[in-house]
Design a protein around this ligand. Structure first.
Ligand code: AVI
Length: 333
């Protein structure tokens, strides 16, 4: 056994994920500057996102919950007896609970997430809800191949669940890669339920990402605070501004952090120069029509079965089947 002397940590900041350091330095060294949206979600960022989902301007979570509440029985009819339900990137348990409530035929639930802490909490909560249902968490990156637990592999059918418009945070080519990966994991004949944000009036979209209480601005700026905490950076949060706007050509909300002046910032031992007005591009949130998502999915072998929307048609949940299209034509409701 090798004895390791524990030296006092010299840095005043928390230990950083090595990928975070490398990705931040590469992203801030490029033109335009960018940082991947996945880095929003440290403990503070996840907490702020929870607050966003309750804001009056941020309709997606409420609309999706309404769809799952009102059409849960119809959605559940597509899930075969004895199927395993695989949730990609499980976050809060609110949505899955609605689906589990209307699907007593499920034989197992497999939440997949890169964050072990989330999964632990989720398992605890669901155990009290459905004590008989096997909950089989998998710690994995949902964009990479991973193995399902044996019970799910051997189940007579598999159904994927990808809620929350997370698909909108992928570039379209990444969304296609995700769909191909999900097909490999779930297999021929599987069902996939996707929740996604629909194209709508730019006013509604712009407001949803520019809330009056400034929670989305705080969520965006938490990325700077996270770099200060974990990379020993010295970003002055008041010297950056939250910018979010709808890009009509690309059907996406873009979020940026704009430098309010010319400044130099230390990040992980490097110096990063900002021009006045220069931005860090922190997120894209793509909006789809039912047709454009159907086209994207069918290009990867997933064929539309049915779609449900809220009354205002702000949000949609579509069910797809992998493999040869059914004779019956797809319905929309
Ligand atoms: C998680 N994701 C679907 C959210 C969205 O709407 O793109 C993240 C978010 N960004 C700002 N507000 C919410």
């Amino acid at each position: 056994m090798v004895a390791v002397a524990r030296a006092p940590r010299p840095e005043p900041h928390q230990a950083a994920d090595p990928n975070f350091t490398a990705d931040v330095l590469a992203g801030l060294g490029g033109t335009p500057k960018r940082i991947a949206a996945k880095y929003f979600y440290d403990a503070e960022g996840s907490h702020l996102f929870e607050q966003i989902t309750r804001l009056p301007e941020y309709y997606p979570t409420r609309c999706e919950m309404k769809i799952l509440r009102e059409h849960g029985k119809d959605i559940a009819k597509l899930i075969p007896e004895g199927a395993a339900l695989i949730e990609f990137g499980s976050g809060s348990t609110k949505k899955i609970r609605l689906l589990l409530k209307s699907s007593p035929q499920l034989a197992a639930y497999v939440p997949v997430d890169i964050c072990a802490d989330y999964l632990r909490e989720e398992v605890k909560e669901l155990k009290t809800d459905r004590p008989q249902l096997p909950v089989l968490p998998v710690i994995a990156d949902i964009c990479m191949p991973f193995d399902l637990p044996e019970t799910a592999r051997n189940a007579p059918a598999r159904c994927g669940f990808f809620p929350g418009s997370t698909i909108g945070n992928f570039e379209p080519h990444e969304a296609a890669d995700f769909l191909r990966n999900a097909a490999r994991i779930l297999g021929e004949g599987a069902i996939l339920l996707i929740g996604y944000d629909l194209i709508k009036s730019p006013d509604v979209l712009n407001l949803a990402y520019n809330d009056l209480q400034g929670v989305t601005a705080k969520f965006n700026k938490n990325l700077l605070a996270r770099m200060n905490r974990e990379l020993g950076a010295n970003f002055k949060l008041e010297c950056f501004e939250h910018h979010a706007f709808y890009n009509r050509e690309r059907n996406r909300i873009e979020m940026h952090l704009a430098s309010l002046k010319r400044q130099k910032v230390r990040v992980a031992g490097d110096t990063v120069d900002f021009r006045a007005g220069e931005t860090i591009h922190t997120e894209n949130s793509y909006k789809y029509s039912i047709e454009s998502l159907t086209a994207l999915a069918s290009g990867t072998g997933w064929n539309l079965i049915s779609t449900w929307t809220d009354p205002k048609k702000y949000f949609a949940v579509s069910a797809f089947k992998f493999g040869k299209p059914d004779k019956k034509t797809a319905r929309s409701g």
